[in-house]
Design a binder for this molecule. Sequence first.
Ligand code: PB1
Length: 333
Amino acid sequence: MSDLFVSREHILQGGYFHSTLRKLQEPDTSIEPHNIMYPVFLLENVDAIQPVASLPNVNRYGLNQLIPALTDLVEKGLKSILIFGIVETLPKDPTGSSADSPFNPVVKALPILRATFPSLLIATDVCLCPYTSHGHCGVLTETGAIDHAASVKRIAEVALIYAKAGAHVVAPSDMMDNRIKAIKDALIASKLDNQVSVLSYSCKFASCMYGPFRDTMKSSPMEGDRKCYQLPPGSAGLAARAAARDVAEGADFLMVKPGLPYLDIVRQTKNQFPTHPLFIYQVSGEYAMICKSGDSSEIQNTLMETLTCMRRAGADCIITYFAPLVLSIINKK
Ligand code: PB1
């Protein structure tokens, strides 16, 4: 050993050679059931179950198929779900009128899911894109631009219907300016503001990693793209301003989406608003990439390392299609 002087502070391996020591070196990165939220796709046909080709082990469920699937997962510890409605017979039109139709699968399922799973936290995505003929997340003007006032009005109407139907959390993924205030005002006017939370997709980027989801939902824009209302991938500044806007308008929770490529935004948002629990959405493209990362053990290792990094960056809850696998990993431990 050379007589090189080594500062005692430069000898690190004594602090993590044992697994228990390593856990002490990784504070706030535990992954427990309440740190996971499971996105589920809900069909109109209550008895249908349709595998999603681009998302291995992910299905589109009718309610009668979703209930047994959730029963098994709740027994394994599932704490929360995020519901996306899919219409196949209900009409798609310029204002997304099926979004809050009494025949909408989400509206019909909510009271039944609440009664069937009294302890499960039930969130609903709130957006127009699965229900609009043009495929955009808002209402358009004659020229094809976003009609801000009409979009915000529609999003708030849909959120309130889901809240009244039984959603514990409404999660507007549309990215329209000021929809959080409109939703909060609607909840207050209906005396639901202390029974329904608002989870804002506050820092949501115009990513190319939503492809498998859009195939699943048949929710791609018919023309153009979503770059004029989802954030530019390179803009940390707009992410900070969007988070500040939504906190000021009453969001209970914030979100960064997609996940892994945006961990810098997770850390930025957590530092900016340590008072608000922060969600991160591991989107469909991320899911598909990890599914291709190797055999089952390599997939599990890649997944758990990714989730640990998301928690280290500051995410409090991870929205992931891997929720069933994560629960089985947690239960094995
Ligand atoms: O998993 C995913 O890719 C999620 C996609 C996401 C769902 N909230 C949206 C992204 C998009 O299609 O632009 C849906 C937008 N309302």
